[in-house]
Design a protein around this ligand. Sequence first.
Ligand code: FES
Ligand SMILES: [Fe+2]
Length: 315
Amino acid sequence: MGNNAEARQNSFKGYPRGWFVVAFSDELKNGDVHTLNYFGKKYALYRGEDGVPRIMDAYCPHLGGSLARGKVNGDSLVCPFHAWSFGPDGKCNHIPYSARIPGKALVETTPCKEVNNIVFMWHDPAGGAPQFDVPVMPECEDDEWMPWVHAKLRVHTHPHELVENVVDVGHFSPVHRTQVEKFENEFTGHIAKQINSGVAYPIGGGVDKYHIEATYYGPGFQISRWDGFMEARLINANTMVDTGSMDLRFAVMLKKGKDARQTEAFQRGYVENMSKGFQEDIDIWMEKRYVENPVLCEGDGPFHKLRKWYAQFYA
Ligand code: FES
Ligand SMILES: [Fe+2]
């Protein structure tokens, strides 16, 4: 890790609490098992044959086999080492060579849910139960809308840097060539909203007059409702790997036009533009440092409010 990365890591207070994306639904078929290396731990994510996604600690309490390399059987996950089977509540429900199951044969489970064709895990460093929800998007069940096109980037910084974009009206023109005409923020409980309109000049070319409402539901998940030359819904989600890196997931959903093939091509173009847009931010993050007491001017956004909002998610 370079000095910059270390300095960035030291500026922040570890892991926040919230719902975090661990997969898009189409990446996790019935019977699939994924390894999740998140929040400094290893978890097993699996989808039971009943279609329900579940998350448990990866290490088997027997002799430490990795359940993330296990097999799904019904709604249970079977360890690859000696084939002990663990049910949705984390309790061992079958040992092939023992009639009696030890009471301590138990793995910790983590709240997991699937909504909007996205799979989430609840993470609270203090181990608390979920305190808020992510909203259901009616577009996800509506035939008028395309399915998600999604992508993922590994970024070596704390997600606080990403979330601070919510209030940073001043960076849009120099970093993203966007002319902001109207810009507002609202903070209510676990929700942080940006209302932004202006003119965008996408890297891929063209001019897009836009109006966007971008809303964080907790520190890890943002939905943007974008009205431009097409109606779009955008997802931006961060899930921390450790205190110095995160997976940044993003996705686009467009309202179907008359020409499905053209809408698909637009959608792919959108994701590419998003990816380039994030790269512009990443180039800044990799070379900057976090300023605890920034010198701000009149035209700057409400950084202090944003930081106070984000701080509520720390233990
Ligand atoms: S280590 Fe998992 S069954 Fe033995
Ligand atoms: Fe940005």
